[in-house]
Design a protein around this ligand. Structure first.
Ligand SMILES: [Zn+2]
Length: 306
């Protein structure tokens, strides 16, 4: 036991001496460092590159401008020489059952969601994931005082600040849309002083405008042209008369306009007769020599209808 302790002392005593020696040597080395000449041959001395050769952080380069929203969120236009038909379904999102039935139709439809619909962000995103193009269905003042365009609607006659605040509330409710069209709005879209700040903001957001033509007095095409807003125009309403016979007749009219002009735009609603008619009609398009296209195809095509 005593021997072990002595051995242990001996080992630790030696270690202490070695540590102390290393410490003294290191201290002397440090002290001598400033005056010690280089000991390595000149060829082995690593020279730092001159400052000018150090790789420099690249100067900021202007990135190509991001495409405007109406192109960024567009569904690709089919490449074909066949006539194109565009089906826009307005008033999406409030009647959720029928809206989901519309979104289940073959894509690409163009689905225009009411911003105040409770589940609009979720439902619009799901529809876009199914291959549909999205629009924002902007509530606007109708001529008839008995019709209610809904909460946060745009009205004529107020201040521009109030108008733009209402517009911004609507624009912020969901995303992924290529543009907007009017819900009701027969009075608002005929009012140049009201439409100008709205389409100015639409232009600033890189969005397109679909003129639903709920009034023949619409100023939207003229104001959109002045603000360089990409524009499309509705050719046919499918279901103002929601009977099955009328919807069928309107689809027939849409086909005729598409064959004559190369592209035609219809607007319908998530109503039973309309949805049933589209469930039958859409699978027959190929046999008719027609191709379903998103609304942005009507802008790309350069034919604004009318
Ligand atoms: Zn509407």
């Amino acid at each position: 036991m005593a021997l072990n302790r002595k051995l242990a002392f001996g080992v630790s005593g030696c270690a202490a001496v070695v540590v102390a020696g290393v410490a003294v040597f290191a201290t002397l080395s440090l002290w001598r460092e400033p005056v010690r000449p280089p000991t390595a041959p000149a060829s082995q001395i690593i020279e730092l590159p001159p400052v000018a050769a150090v790789p420099q952080v690249a100067a900021p380069v202007a990135l190509p401008a991001e495409p405007p929203a109406w192109r960024r969120f567009a569904v690709p236009t089919p490449v074909t020489d066949l006539p194109l038909v565009v089906i826009v379904i307005d008033d999406m999102g409030v009647d959720r059952h029928r809206s989901l039935r519309a979104a289940a139709l073959p894509a690409p439809l163009t689905l225009s969601y009411l911003p105040y619909a409770e589940h609009v962000a979720v439902d619009a995103a799901a529809a876009r994931a199914r291959g549909h193009e999205l629009l924002l269905h902007l509530p606007m003042e109708p001529v008839s005082r008995s019709e209610d365009p809904g909460p946060h609607a745009l009205f004529t006659g107020g201040s521009t600040d109030d108008l733009l605040q209402r517009l911004d509330w609507n624009l912020a409710r969901f995303d992924g849309y290529v543009g907007a069209n009017n819900h009701m709005g027969s009075r608002f879209t005929a009012d140049r002083a009201a439409m100008t700040p709205v389409l100015n903001r639409i232009a600033a957001r890189g969005l397109m405008w679909l003129d639903s033509r709920t009034t023949g007095a619409t100023v939207a095409p003229a104001v959109a042209a002045a603000q360089s807003v990409p524009l499309a125009t509705r050719d046919v309403f499918l279901d103002h008369d929601p009977s099955a016979a009328n919807v069928a007749a309107q689809l027939h009219l849409l086909e005729a306009i598409a064959r004559r002009k190369g592209i035609a735009v219809a607007i319908g609603h998530p109503r039973d007769a309309t949805l049933s008619a589209l469930e039958q009609w859409l699978p027959q398009l190929a046999a008719k020599g027609l191709v379903l296209a998103p609304l942005t195809a009507a802008v790309n095509y350069g034919d604004f209808g009318g």
